[in-house]
Design a protein around this ligand. Structure first.
Ligand SMILES: [Zn+2]
Length: 628
């Protein structure tokens, strides 16, 4: 304690020797956190160091009076008030219009006759006043200045300034109406007839009926009275009298409404939200409680609602709410507390300033679920050629505490982002993985003939159909990069259909369906070559010898005959055709629903036909399963 006392005494001596004191910051009305309240700051000008107690007394008198007036009396708990006292060298304010003129040395250089209006009392050193106001804990509300002078006066712009004589409370509340409430003066002098545009303030209008405040017509004397905002004619005010027109009057309802709305647009009536963090994790089957406090006066009839994912929850109307994690889907949700102030001071609230919300982002998880991923998938090659077999060895692991049940893992060839057009290379079925269990499988994947010289990704996707409920559904892929290269000059055939492997497909006889067998013959001369796709249902070996070194890998049968008879009809579209410039021939097999065909394994195989040598080359067989 002792060293502190010595330090304090030393500081006082220093301050006294400089004839200046640091501004003294005091919170004189503390209703809550600065974040939740409308924080006003009151400065003093024309008070000497010896008059600090007088300043405090003026502030106290003003606040006592202010909070007896509507609407401040209703919303008193919405305000914090801080004072910043900077001592002036002399008392009072400049009176340049008196004879002889009086000039005093004050902190903010307050003066009467500001702008040539004798009773306009305002400060000239606004930059120092702003700097001093910024010393307060918060000043997002208005800054008021009490000027220690008994000559009547006041003015408002950035600051609300008032003298401190007998009408101080009335004058400063009027000035606050300007600076806080953005209100116009309602008195009608010194000018005659107004011819300008519609005023921006809520309490003055060019409309003789006062349409602007029609919602208040008939309440507390609200109508339309000619004479407002310094003009005797052409402008109208809401009420015959109002504090914005004459001292000693209450603020009219139109003025009260705007002050209320400005106050509420700054104040945050929801306090102490629980949980304090806006991001909440809930594990099933837990119940998650939410709560908050608020300071909307009971007399304003506040209504509380709770919303889950934007939907109002019936029966939830208090400051507490419980989310049942088993009653919502797994994943992300929002929980919102909403309180609506139904104060009779406000009738029109398009910006919803009388509604306050607080929202939590809630992630609901199930700690009992499976959690599948592919931790590794090495491949046996980086450089691959069309038709090659690439062997990958994926490990699929269940990290979760729950058993997975059966699921599929699919393998696609594609680009950086998976699309349904990626080529399905194959799939494996996993019967079940228990908690912590994994499975590793060596999987040969035959690559399509249509591959180009470019980078490809081979991508494993676990449970794309979302059959297994997992605690994280976003980590089910693993990729390995491979580079495509030109291969040998082979004649290849493959299916080019979404979710169909290039070399095997199935169709339901009952449902029918469409497939696209595609010939790929990169080295063929497109101008001199036709392609033909043959069909057979009797296996691929030994096949049918067509010429030296050319064997069609099909055993010809009635299927072969049906296809040749129907070349390029509605079923065998493009089965005989011309290769395009890339050496690719596109066919369409359109199987209508059929009861005549029998189920079983069939094959397609391609032939290349030339002008000089009829049978130039034959390609691989691809499998088509017909099922009932
Ligand atoms: Zn008014």
């Amino acid at each position: 304690m002792k060293p502190l006392t010595i330090l304090g005494a030393a500081a006082l001596c220093l301050a006294a020797s400089l004839q200046a004191q640091a501004p003294v910051v005091t919170t004189v009305l503390d209703n809550g956190t600065t974040a939740s309240r409308y924080d006003m700051v009151i400065l003093g000008d024309g008070y000497t160091a010896a008059q600090q107690a007088l300043f405090d007394q003026h502030v106290n008198t003003f606040l006592t009076g202010l909070f007896q007036k509507l609407p401040y009396s209703i919303f008193a708990s919405y305000y914090n008030v801080h004072t910043v006292f900077r001592a002036s060298q002399q008392s009072g304010a400049d009176r340049p219009d008196e004879n002889p003129p009086i000039f005093v040395n004050t902190a903010y250089e307050a003066t009467y006759n500001y702008g040539g209006t004798d009773r306009c009392l305002y400060i000239q050193n606004t930059s120092l006043a702003l700097a001093d106001a910024a010393l307060a804990p918060a000043n997002e509300g208005r800054v008021l200045v009490m000027v220690n002078d008994t000559r009547y006066g006041g003015c408002a712009s950035t600051f609300a300034v008032s003298y401190t004589g007998s009408s101080m409370v009335e004058v400063q509340t009027h000035e606050l109406g300007h600076s806080l409430g953005a209100l116009a003066d309602e008195y009608d002098y010194p000018y005659g007839t107004y011819t300008g545009s519609e005023p921006t303030q809520v309490n003055a209008t060019t409309s003789p009926s006062g349409q602007k405040w029609s919602i208040w017509w008939g309440t507390d004397g609200i109508s339309a009275f000619e004479g407002a905002r310094y003009y005797q004619y052409g402008l109208y005010r809401p009420r015959n009298n109002c504090l914005m027109r004459a001292l000693g009057q209450p603020l009219c309802r139109v003025c009260q409404e705007n002050i209320t709305k400005v106050t509420n647009s700054v104040a945050d009536v929801i306090t102490s939200p629980s949980p304090a963090a806006t991001s909440v994790q809930v594990a099933r089957p837990n119940l998650q409680p939410f709560s908050f406090s608020h300071f909307v006066p009971a007399g304003n009839g506040p209504v509380i609602e709770w919303l889950v994912d934007g939907v109002v929850q019936t029966g939830a109307g208090t400051t507490t709410f419980t989310l049942d994690s088993t009653a919502v889907a797994l994943g992300a949700h929002s929980v919102t507390a909403r309180i609506t102030d139904h104060s009779d001071r406000v009738r029109s609230d398009p910006s919803q300033v009388m509604v306050e919300e607080h929202t939590w982002q809630v992630a609901v998880s199930d700690p009992t679920l499976a959690q599948l991923r592919v931790p590794t998938m090495p491949g046996n090659a980086v450089w691959i050629t069309p038709g090659d077999t690439l062997t990958v060895t994926p490990t699929i692991q269940n990290d979760g505490p729950g058993a997975s049940g059966p699921f599929e893992v699919e393998f696609f060839l594609g680009g950086l982002v998976w699309t349904p057009q990626d080529t399905l290379l194959g799939k494996i079925s996993v019967g079940n993985l228990n908690a912590g269990q994994s499975v590793t499988q060596v999987l040969p994947l035959q690559l399509p003939y249509s591959m180009l010289n470019q980078l490809y990704l081979v991508r494993a996707i676990v449970d794309r159909a979302d059959v297994v409920a997992e605690s994280d559904e976003n980590d089910n892929q693993r990729t390995v990069g491979v580079f495509g290269q030109a291969g040998p000059c082979v004649t290849g055939l493959e299916f080019q259909d979404a979710f169909t492997t290039p070399f095997a497909a199935g169709l339901s006889l009952a449902a029918g369906g469409v497939l696209h067998p595609t010939v790929v013959a990169r080295c063929a001369n497109p101008a001199a070559t036709l392609y033909l796709i043959a069909w057979g249902g009797s296996g691929t070996s030994p096949g049918f010898v067509l010429g030296p070194g050319v064997t069609l890998p099909l055993n010809p049968d009635s299927y072969t005959q049906v296809a040749f008879d129907g070349l390029n009809n509605a079923v065998f579209g493009g089965f005989l055709g011309v290769l395009d410039a890339n050496g690719v021939g596109h066919a369409t097999f359109t199987l209508p629903p059929s009861t005549a065909l029998v189920s079983g394994t069939t094959h397609f195989a391609p032939l290349l036909l030339g002008a000089t040598t009829l049978f130039q080359d034959a390609g691989n067989a691809i499998e088509l399963q017909l099922v009932q």
